[in-house]
Write a protein that binds this ligand. Structure first.
Ligand SMILES: *[C@@H]1O[C@H](CO)[C@@H](O)[C@H](O)[C@H]1NC(C)=O
Length: 808
């Protein structure tokens, strides 16, 4: 071992490096060990830490490598650019370690991101920079002349702060004519020096003797120290004091109050008087021990005189001199053992700490490195470090005295945004001492929560004919994350509704989620539709969720009833014929109307508004059937004009009126003569030129003549058939396809009675709606077929019963 240090000392800058790779925790990778001689000048090279720990220079810079030391002094500095350790402050091995050998100090090199901790130990090699020295330059001894040869006189030994070979190696006494030197190495490492009388002294011959004692060390170069010993030869004193015990052993608790008795030394002297009176003193004692202990000069009681600190020194040795007044003395050795008290609380030092940790950090992520220390020894210095158990962190020991706090579980900022961690450290003394430190850790947000709608499906009713820009509804979602991760935007999901893009019907405010209608909705076109709304947060990557909104369009009474029969056209004239023989309750015709609204808005009722003869006809308020209410008489006018009003049940209600012309006659000529002056003819004639009128008159005359002939024949045949079947059933009005009020409720179920009637043999099997209907209806408008087609085409559009959207 010694030779190793020697080599290092000789090679000065070439430090001996021992690297112990001890992999314990992730944060502690290795240890490095260097040896350097003491007293190196500032900036001297200590070791290439980067090379020895296998770190590249970039890592040192990025990890903000630095030295952490518990001591008040930092002897070594880290040159981060070169990756080397250099001397920062001159090291005095004697100041650092005293007599302790080997002498070393440790510190940690810490790197962050991730945290890594390296322990570096530097051994300081002694240099022979101190000479042996005696406490005094001169020692005065009084020796009675009668002392026999072989009597021993103890001397205080020299001291050299250096160690090993640089410590004192030998003593030399000159001259040797009366005394010889005896050197004993003591078990506690000290040296006990005595001079032994060889020849009897004779005061009368020589009253004083002067000796020189030289202590020299083994360093290179050799150093030495001297003391002069002046001996006064006294007159006889026969007996020397004798210590009752040659070695006293005592124990003292550290921190004992001043005045505590440690032990009492005693000595006997057989002489009488002054020569037999023993006094005690501690003549040669280290500076420290002198302040701590006092000996009572008379009783030999040793008391505590200062603050005894176990942490400074564990044992003291006192050489108590018992002297009589005649110059004799004896040395009583007192070895005092200091007993440790648990007087130092453990300390906690935060070495590295990141107070913000991402919530997606995996278990085992280091958040702090702490160093704990206790200056006491044994159980009093044995520390245990823990943290409160209600946090998802655990503490692990990474290196003696070092602990890392790591995450134990998955963190969730939404549940706990921060934690207070209490680090508690306690020793095992009795009573134990403890210390604690609080740290606050904040959890930073990660976008791990999708937005959440209050409901997955919303149903909203809006009345039709809304104004564009009408605010329909507001959706709202929440996001448990924070900041940008919780900032939500709303989007419409593109969708086609029967070829119409949803975007053209509705818009959503991306910030507020308010849905506006862009167009007026029409219940008759679209009864309901649904679409999806996406809420998306602004995290990276963003998260989103979808809700479905179903819009139900509510009907309003925005359509008046439409009369399908009798057909009302400008230029046509349809008249229902009632034979004069008709009975009470004779069904003249039926007003057929529809309303494209629904429900109450399409519930129709019929009323007779005006009539030529109110006493003759009534209208079924539910079914629109016009019937006679009394027997037709010959006095009744041929031409009867009824105005029927059709109202729906909406709020407010809408209505339509229809004029029904009724001819009370038995024959067509009768009818014609009455109807020729119907006022609508005048409208026609207004714009015709004279020639047109003339031409029309001629054509009409020819046509009517032919018609009268044909009708006459027909009437003849009809009368024949009437005799055969004698049916008094009334008119079958012209029903547009698919419309027939069979139930008389005013609503129009989709029953296609009309076709059914037409496909049976109307003359024979379905005589209820007897075949004469067609002849009972007089259609005098050549354009009426065109009107029917138009109505039919409208109906076929309306009659798509199951489609949610009806677009015409
Ligand atoms: C942590 O401690 C601080 C200060 O004492 C306190 O304001 C905060 O509420 C504590 N937080 C938790 C999560 O306990």
């Amino acid at each position: 071992m010694l030779s190793l240090w020697m080599r290092a000392a000789v090679g000065r800058q070439q430090a001996l490096v021992v690297i112990l790779c001890l992999l314990k925790m992730g944060s502690v990778a290795a240890q490095a060990r260097y040896s350097i001689p003491e007293e190196q000048s500032e900036g001297s090279f200590v070791g290439n830490i980067a090379r020895d720990l296998g770190l590249d220079l970039q890592r040192l810079l990025s990890g903000n490598a630095r030295i952490i030391t518990k001591d008040s002094k930092q002897y070594v500095d880290l040159n981060r650019d070169k990756g080397i350790l250099v001397i920062k402050e001159r090291i005095d091995r004697e100041e650092l370690c005293g007599k302790t050998t080997p002498c070393s100090f440790s510190f940690e090199v810490i790197l962050e991101n991730p945290i890594q901790l390296y322990r570096v130990t530097v051994e300081v090699i002694d240099v022979n920079d101190n000479s042996p020295s005696f406490q005094k330059d001169e020692i005065n001894l009084k020796i009675v002349e009668s002392v026999a040869p072989g009597t021993r006189f103890s001397l205080v030994s020299a001291e050299d702060p250096d160690v090993g070979i640089n410590d004192i190696q030998k003593y030399l006494l000159k001259p040797l004519d009366h005394f010889k030197l005896e050197v004993q190495n003591q078990p506690d490492g000290g040296t006990f020096i005595e001079i032994v009388l060889q020849n009897t002294l004779d005061r009368e011959k020589e009253e004083t003797h002067t000796l020189v004692l030289i202590a020299s060390d083994g360093g290179e170069p050799r150093r030495s120290g001297t003391v002069r010993i002046h001996i006064n030869v006294l007159d006889a004193n026969d007996n020397a004091p004798v210590c009752s015990q040659s070695v006293y052993k005592a124990e003292v608790r550290e921190n004992s109050p001043e005045g505590t008795v440690v032990t009492t030394v005693g000595a006997d002297d057989l002489d009488k008087g002054l020569y037999g009176e023993v006094t005690f003193s501690i003549p040669h004692v280290g500076k420290e021990a002198k302040q701590l202990f006092d000996v009572n000069i008379k009783t030999g009681e040793i008391k505590v005189a200062g603050k005894v600190d176990f942490e400074k020194s564990k044992t003291y040795q006192l050489n108590v001199q018992a002297s009589d007044h005649g110059g004799y003395s004896d040395t009583c050795k007192v070895i005092i053992q200091v007993i440790d008290e648990n007087d130092n609380a453990p300390t906690i030092q935060l070495m590295s700490f990141s107070n913000l940790i991402s919530e997606d950090s995996p278990p085992g992520t280091t958040i702090a490195v702490v160093n704990v220390d206790d200056e006491d020894s044994e159980r009093n210095g044995l520390v245990r470090c823990s943290i409160n158990s209600d946090v998802p962190f655990k503490i692990e020991s990474s290196l003696t005295g070092y602990y890392t706090i790591v995450t134990e579980n998955i963190l969730d900022r939404e549940t706990f945004p921060e934690y207070n961690i209490t680090i508690t450290v306690s020793d095992q003394g009795s009573p134990p001492l403890s210390n604690s430190k609080n740290i606050n850790v904040k959890i930073s947000d990660v976008n791990d929560n999708p937005p959440q709608f209050g409901r997955s499906e919303y149903t909203v009713s809006i009345p039709e004919n809304n104004s564009p820009g009408f605010s329909v509804f507001a959706v709202s979602a929440t996001d448990a994350d924070w900041g940008q991760n919780a900032r939500l935007s709303y989007f419409l999901e593109d969708k086609q509704i029967n070829g119409v893009a949803i975007m053209s019907l509705l818009s959503v405010n991306s910030d507020s989620g308010v849905i506006h209608a862009l167009k007026s909705l029409d219940y008759e076109q679209i009864k309901w539709f649904d679409f999806n709304i996406t809420a998306r947060d602004a995290g990276s990557p963003p998260l989103s969720s979808v809700a479905t909104v179903k819009i139900i369009v509510q009907d309003q009474n925005d359509n008046p009833p439409q009369v399908l029969y009798p057909v009302q056209t400008g230029g046509s004239l349809v008249a229902e014929m009632v034979p004069r023989s008709a009975d009470v309750g004779y069904l003249v015709t039926k007003v057929v109307a529809v309303d494209v609204d629904s429900g109450q808005n399409a519930w129709l009722s019929y009323k007779l508004q005006k009539a030529t003869d109110r006493a003759l006809f009534e209208v079924g308020s539910q079914n629109g059937e016009i019937r006679t209410i009394r027997q037709v008489t010959d006095k009744d006018a041929v031409k009867q004009r009824l105005t029927v009003i059709v109202e729906d049940n909406g709020q407010p209600s809408r209505s339509a009126t229809v004029i029904v012309n009724v001819a009370v006659a038995d024959s067509f000529p009768e009818v014609l003569s009455e109807f020729t002056d119907f006022p609508h003819d005048k409208e026609y004639n207004d714009n015709l030129t004279f020639y047109l009128v003339l031409a029309l008159a001629v054509v009409s005359f020819l046509f009517i003549t032919c018609l009268v002939v044909i009708i006459s024949v027909k009437i003849y045949r009809w009368r024949q058939s009437r005799i055969l079947y004698h049916s008094n059933l009334p008119v079958i009005p012209y029903y547009p396809p698919r419309y027939s009020d069979t139930l008389g409720t005013g609503t129009l179920p989709h029953v296609y009675n009309y076709e059914v009637c037409r496909t049976t043999d109307s003359r024979k099997s379905d005589n209820k709606f007897g075949g004469a209907g067609g002849q009972n209806v007089l259609i005098m408008d050549p354009s009426s077929t065109g009107t029917m087609q138009r109505i039919q085409s409208e109906k076929s559009i309306l009659d798509e019963p199951d489609s949610p959207l009806e677009v015409s």
